[in-house]
Write a protein that binds this ligand. Structure first.
Ligand SMILES: Cc1cc2nc3c(=O)[nH]c(=O)nc-3n(C[C@H](O)[C@H](O)[C@H](O)COP(=O)(O)OP(=O)(O)OC[C@H]3O[C@@H](n4cnc5c(N)ncnc54)[C@H](O)[C@@H]3O)c2cc1C
Length: 470
């Protein structure tokens, strides 16, 4: 039996794609920066099928690239160009909610569940699955965990990792690690599940996850706020944290990013005129309807205005307006993409260092690339700023020429973040695009340990090769 026949034997011919047109979408990443065609796209429907596909593929020396919703921004879910022959293992058919227990505040979802569907299932049970970001309608639980995704609510509930109680994982040798428990405490040795979260599919395939739920939010207040500087935004952040309400979102956006969103967004309405250098989108919430959130928001903003930290603010007066404010933030990556070639970082610094980081990054970038347009937007409430350099309007030389022109930009910005005690990869992962940054900035002993773990679990390097490691 050929290698492909052997895989068809497990999943059936309709779930083993080989025709170029069928395979093409899995050969390119979301940004269109990485391209490599797999020999097949295999779509198992159960954990047992995943395990059998892994065994048969590795027997034939085929590398395995796990794929979720393929919204990752680092080229991690496509095969490596000029790498070993690979299959893409798409989890989209494993999309069942296996269990939801409102009293336990937990849900067990298969890896191919779309994140938004898990949010909806939680809402239907009167609970909240709190992670939220722009690609949640396409990204899957497996990809969310593979990248340890963050998003706009990390400041309150943490990254994806902090929402995981247990995992089921198919290991590179086809064994199934069944750690799908929902207990809140378990100190029986190493917390193995954490190895697979943020591993970008290099250590195994997550097939299901037991996830924490929160109480449903009964009241929410959202504001779009003009601030004179990142320093003023930081002071406002402090006030909101102390306001007595739960601060669940605090995004900082430069004027240029808002102008891009305004120009390229579909159905986006700016709640304020874009005449401030910086804007904040902030949201506070409460699980009980009697909490006087509107008063708390108005009081906080009023005090901040008196102190000169806020120059103008618009509060959402309806759920539609609230959704409209977050739509600006969530649609921004697509607007950024439509605006032409750009380079963007995924840096994180301690929250208190955000103003210094921005000040240094803007000054040094402007000096070296005066023609570039600086886009700065990010989850300032957790210190994660996506600092980018967009090609000037009218740039007609294409992306490769802009990448060449801005050589050194990422290194410069990453070095500023690292010098402030920060990270060069906050929430998107490493994939293929940040391997050079791993070489430059990752502690060598940490890298050695990572290599030891990889060699112990995947000695033949067949699990998503060419990712993460420099
Ligand atoms: C518009 C837009 C906005 C975004 N905003 C944010 C944001 O605010 N915060 C944020 O963190 N990210 C953001 N992202 C990035 C992206 O959505 C996340 O990285 C997401 O977690 C990827 O999920 P996915 O299912 O698309 O994974 P994929 O892209 O398919 O895969 C990502 C990685 O996970 C691995 N993987 C996939 N499934 C599995 C599995 N079952 N087991 C093991 N490994 C697996 C893949 O091999 C790959 O390494 C955004 C992306 C877009 C397009």
């Amino acid at each position: 039996m050929s290698a492909l026949d052997s895989l068809v034997d497990v999943v059936g011919s309709s779930a083993c794609l080989v025709e170029p047109n069928d395979v093409a979408p899995y050969a390119t990443d979301w940004r269109g920066a990485f391209n490599a065609t797999p020999v097949a796209v295999v779509k198992p429907a159960s954990t047992a099928e995943v395990a059998e596909v892994v065994r048969r593929a590795t027997d034939q020396n085929l590398a395995i690239v796990p794929a979720g919703g393929r919204t990752g921004l680092c080229g991690a879910a496509v095969p490596q160009a000029n790498g070993p022959a690979s299959i893409v293992l798409s989890m989209e058919r494993m999309n069942r909610i296996r269990d939801i227990d409102a009293r336990d505040f937990s849900i067990v979802a298969e890896a191919g569940c779309v994140v938004q569907n898990v949010q909806q299932a939680a809402a239907d049970a009167g609970r909240l699955f709190p992670i939220q970001w722009g690609a949640q309608g396409t990204a899957q639980i497996g990809g969310m965990l593979g990248t340890n995704a963050g998003g706009i609510r990390t400041l309150r509930w943490g990254n994806a990792r902090e929402l995981v109680l247990g995992l089921e994982v198919v290991l590179p040798d086809g064994r199934i690690l069944d750690d799908l428990r929902r207990v809140r405490k378990d100190n029986s040795g190493y917390a193995l599940r954490h190895l697979f979260i943020g591993a970008e599919g290099t250590l195994g395939i997550i097939t299901a996850a037991a996830l924490r739920l929160m109480p449903e939010l009964k009241r929410v207040e959202t504001a779009f706020i003009a601030v004179p500087s990142p320093d003023a935004a930081l002071s406002l952040y402090g006030r909101m944290m102390e306001s007595g309400a739960d601060l669940i979102g605090f995004e900082l956006c430069g004027r240029y990013t808002m102008e891009l969103a305004s120009r390229h967004g579909v159905d986006l309405r700016m709640p304020l005129p874009l005449d401030s250098p910086w804007f904040v989108m902030a949201e506070i919430a409460a699980a009980h309807p009697s909490v006087p959130l509107r008063d708390m928001m108005e009081e906080t903003l009023g005090a901040a205005m008196e102190a000169g930290e806020v120059t103008d603010a618009a509060l959402a007066e309806s759920e539609a307006q609230r959704i409209g404010i977050w739509k600006i933030r969530e649609d921004y990556p697509e607007c950024h993409r439509l605006a032409g070639p750009s380079i963007a970082t995924d840096t994180c610094v301690p929250v208190s260092a955000v103003p210094t980081f921005l000040d240094k990054a803007i000054t040094e970038t402007t000096q070296r690339w005066p023609e570039g347009c600086i886009s700065a937007i990010g989850h300032a409430g957790d210190g994660n700023i996506h600092f980018g350099l967009q090609a000037p309007e009218g740039w007609d030389k294409g992306r490769p020429a802009w990448v060449e022109r801005t050589e050194g930009f990422e290194t410069l910005v990453n070095e500023i973040a690292v010098s402030l005690g920060g990270s060069f990869s906050a929430e998107h992962g490493i994939g293929q695009s940040k391997r050079h940054a791993m070489q430059a900035h990752k502690d060598p002993i940490a890298l050695d340990l990572m290599r030891d773990i990889k060699a112990a679990l995947d000695p033949n390097d067949l699990m998503n090769p060419g990712k993460i490691f420099p």
